[in-house]
Design a protein around this ligand. Structure first.
Ligand SMILES: Cc1cc2nc3c(=O)[nH]c(=O)nc-3n(C[C@H](O)[C@H](O)[C@H](O)COP(=O)(O)O)c2cc1C
Length: 293
């Protein structure tokens, strides 16, 4: 852990069932789409002792007040961790990439998973190659590997569907060692399979209309011009990830930072208590604004 100078808790009901976003019907026909909020917390600290949980909880409460609870989904990535990816997942990603740049979509990947193993000794891979390069060599060798791949995909697809169904993704992200908690990284690694976040027919990003609100808390201060500004590997990392990998529109991606959160209890940061209170007040106000839009 490195520190630099510088509430209400959500009801926990993790969802493992995928939700499909209802679509609007013809004018005057089917009911309008129901908004869906996917709320993910990743702090190792449980309950209201976690500042990010308190802040995301407030946003979620305001959102539910406006939209009702039917479209609210919650996952506690620390309490119920997403399993780290294994060899079957890596092999699946390589298979998908070898098929080329066109997005496969979720059903395309499911079809690939259902196919017999390719790329074993003397075999040909799905592109017709001989499987001599390292990626093909890492491909499936037998029935156990194929079962592993199916297990990995079964753990992955519902998480991706859950994300695709959301209009808004809300993330609670404490800074851990200048970056994001491993619990969040495990979710990111699992949902980021090539070719599944674009429409296979049109190539359009499936998340280009999704809003993402990232709420961070940091013990120290990393704002522009501060001595540790260059050590912020949270916002630059998540910004690059969401815009480059998930094709989230930059104007739909919001960061809200509560800084200097340890000023209240660490003597070396005592002189930053006012700055910490101001940072928390600004974060709270910004979140209320975002929840109201
Ligand atoms: C494992 C760990 C690593 C941390 N690393 C940093 C760090 O690199 N920089 C920092 O400013 N604060 C660091 N902190 C402090 C937290 O970011 C800070 O206390 C934050 O407010 C925690 O949010 P939470 O209450 O939602 O868990 C760390 C805390 C923990 C538990």
């Amino acid at each position: 852990m490195t520190l630099s100078h510088p509430t209400s808790h959500p009801t926990s009901h993790p969802t493992s069932h995928p939700t499909s976003r209802p679509t609007s019907g013809p004018a005057g026909g089917a009911p309008a789409a129901r908004p869906v909020l996917l709320h993910l917390d990743s702090s190792a600290t449980r309950g209201p002792a976690s500042l990010t949980r308190r802040l995301t909880g407030r946003y979620a409460a305001a959102w539910r007040e406006r939209h009702g609870s039917a479209g609210y989904r919650y996952r506690d990535l620390a309490a119920t961790p997403v399993p780290p990816i294994g060899p079957g997942y890596a092999a699946l990603g390589q298979r998908v990439e070898r098929l080329g740049p066109a997005p496969l979509g979720l059903d395309g990947v499911s079809a690939l998973v259902a196919r017999p193993a390719a790329g074993g000794t003397g075999g040909t891979d799905e592109t017709g190659g001989t499987g001599e390069n390292s990626a093909a060599g890492a491909d499936l060798e037998g029935p156990e590997d194929a079962a592993d791949l199916r297990r990995e995909w079964a753990m992955t697809r519902p998480l991706i569907e859950e994300l695709h169904a959301a209009d808004t993704l809300l993330l609670g992200v404490p800074m851990y060692n200048f970056s994001v908690p491993a619990a969040l990284k495990a979710w990111i690694d699992r949902i980021t399979l090539p070719g599944v976040h674009r429409d296979p027919r049109t190539g359009e990003g499936l998340l280009c209309h999704t809003h993402v609100v990232v709420v961070t808390a940091r013990g120290g201060g990393y704002g522009p011009g501060s001595p540790r500004a260059a050590c912020d590997f949270q916002e630059p990392y998540l910004r690059a990830y969401f815009t480059e990998h998930l094709a989230i529109a930059p104007e739909r991606l919001s960061f809200v930072h509560a800084e200097l959160t340890r000023a209240g209890d660490l003597p070396k940061l005592a002189s930053f208590r006012e700055a910490a209170a101001a940072s928390l007040a600004a974060a709270t106000a910004r979140l209320a604004e975002l929840a109201a839009r």
